[in-house]
Design a protein around this ligand. Sequence first.
Ligand code: SAH
Length: 347
Amino acid sequence: MSYLMDMDIPELERLLKNMDEPSFRAKQVYSWLQRGATIDEMSDIPKNLRAELNKLPLGSVKIFKEFKSSKTDAVKYLFLLEDGEFVEGVLMRYRHGYTMCLSTQIGCRMGCAFCASTLNGLVRNLRPGELLGQIAAAERNNRVSENQRVLSNIVLMGSGEPLDNYENIIAFLKRVTSPDGLGISPRNISLSTCGLVPKIYRLMEESLPVTLCISLHAHNDALRSQLVPVNRQYPIPMVLNAVKAYIKKTGRRAIIEYALIDKLNDGPADAASLAKLLKGINCHINLIPLNNVPERNLKGSSRKRAMEFASWLAAEKTSATVRRSLGTDIEGACGQLRQRHLDENGG
Ligand code: SAH
């Protein structure tokens, strides 16, 4: 099935040509769709054409619930898709503007030990229009005036593994960076992966130099294979070789994500090993105390321990920042909101 939200301008042109409509309508329709409008709201589209468009599957994304964080400037959305599935996204306000964190799949099949997204496996991939739809819905919910764009940055760090939904993510990235769409520079987009090595090599050939973030979380293969099972297929040395090649090809500094887990990977010896492992790689480490997931038996390190860990890394001349744990009070961690919704509603 073809959904209107999944179509780019040439595809809409073909569709409208078949309906005997002039090609300039394609840009008009596209622009409305990207702003999260319904067909009936397309005020410069003739009524009869709107009626025809209303007969086609749209593939829209609607805000089902909104959770405002009391501690931070974050809004978490539970989005409803047309087939009744739910995904979550977070809008975060920083000094330089809004950053949107998007989900890329419904559920996930990577099986990471601490992650709520993967508890029930993969349900399905999200389509490009469903990623753009999350943005459109959140923008519509936050803008002050009709033509204002609120978003400056995008992070693909919600539920799902973006490189396990490769084609759709590339189609999304092409559209969101295009001047006909939001025109967001690849430099302002980050893609986070658990380390699907062959796909990292493919990504660096796409001329879409997004910032690559690697969910490392451990400095040795024994521990990483327990936490991130895909490490058994693509162990740390393979992942880091791919990261080095990505940095060389794109000129972009990489981000290493390291979730601090109480007594498991947060000691001084762990910091020293991590620094040694990453020596000579142009990267920055984001330290995130693990958000406790009640379903799993892993506890996050204290904020104090996280600050200590950062200072041990600094002593090794390794650049690291403790990220503010955005929206823990709104189930900020990956997949927690959807999981809670499913639990409460017998899903
Ligand atoms: N699949 C991708 C992107 C989604 S997860 C990836 O693995 O990178 C975004 C980040 O949140 C990843 O670094 C992931 O490991 C981390 N994460 C998942 N559950 C978490 C939790 N309970 N606490 C802290 N970080 C978590």
